[in-house]
Design a protein around this ligand. Structure first.
Ligand SMILES: CC(C)(COP(=O)(O)OP(=O)(O)OC[C@H]1O[C@@H](n2cnc3c(N)ncnc32)[C@H](O)[C@@H]1OP(=O)(O)O)[C@@H](O)C(=O)NCCC(=O)NCCS
Length: 230
């Protein structure tokens, strides 16, 4: 006998159970997401409190320095323009809202002040356990890439986080993104896990940079002024 599919009215007992089961499943997922987000906010509020705002310095025609809460709309616009229209996700936005000058670096055109690059950081549960902070994103306007600016911005962050006493910086990078991956490998990041991300359809590395080599430096207003601690 062939199988038949029929619409089950909500009034029927089985249908009601199915619908309420689906509803409670959705509710559970929603509550789990809300709990994760609340934990993220509390963790970042707590871990970010001991950081200091990033210092500002000039590099070529750009100014590299802290982001502020009022930059969030510019960050969203730039992120979308670099990533084919994708919106900035809630965690990056929340971290900026909580601690923009401590967790966000902005690259601006020194003449006009326009935001043309950024690097965003936050604390995941694994970072809290391992004494690291996560490089959640770095992106530069296409006209600025390949000239060393990405390395300068990342190094600025590594020195700042070393100065704050963190053990390391973590990041996740697709193996196909050679510009980003090579940049971090050169700065001392080491792959500790390699996995397939089904949502991106890509092989990725989880990397950690030990901040010990960045520790002897004091933070100064400019890269050139940095001196080893006496
Ligand atoms: C990732 C990014 C920030 C790197 O910044 P950048 O200024 O272009 O990088 P740098 O010039 O400092 O290059 C660092 C190293 O990466 C490597 N690299 C840079 N561009 C590369 C490219 N197109 N292909 C392969 N390797 C490259 C080089 O080894 C380089 O060091 P070297 O020039 O001394 O050999 C920038 O390319 C970018 O904004 N990309 C788009 C957004 C993105 O993919 N973000 C990363 C998400 S995880």
């Amino acid at each position: 006998m062939g199988r038949t599919t029929r619409h089950v009215p909500h009034r029927e007992h089985g249908g009601l159970a199915l619908v309420s089961g689906q509803r409670s499943g959705r509710l559970e997922k929603y509550l789990a997401r809300a709990a994760l987000m609340s934990a993220f906010v509390l963790r970042n509020l707590w871990c970010g409190r001991r950081l200091r705002p990033f210092p500002t310095f000039l590099y070529g025609g750009t100014s590299v320095g802290p982001l502020s809460r009022s930059d969030i709309k510019h960050v969203e616009r730039l992120y979308a323009s670099i990533n084919g229209g994708s919106p900035l996700d809630l965690r990056k936005k929340a971290a900026l809202w909580l601690h923009a000058p401590r967790l966000g670096i902005g690259v601006r055109d020194a003449a006009t002040g326009e935001l043309i690059g950024m690097s965003l950081y936050y604390f995941n549960a694994r970072d809290r356990r391992e004494g690291t902070v996560h490089e959640g994103y770095i992106g530069l306007d296409a006209s600025l890439r390949g000239a060393g600016l990405g390395t300068v911005v990342r190094r600025h962050a590594l020195r700042q986080f070393a100065f704050a006493g963190l053990r390391g910086v973590s990041s996740r990078i697709s193996l196909a993104n050679t510009a980003s991956l090579n940049g971090n490998l050169k700065l001392g990041f080491v792959p500790v896990d390699t996995y397939f991300d089904p949502s991106m359809g890509e092989q990725r590395h989880y990397l950690v940079c030990d901040l010990q080599p960045y520790r002897p430096y004091r933070l100064c207003a400019s890269d050139e002024q940095e001196r080893p601690k006496s």
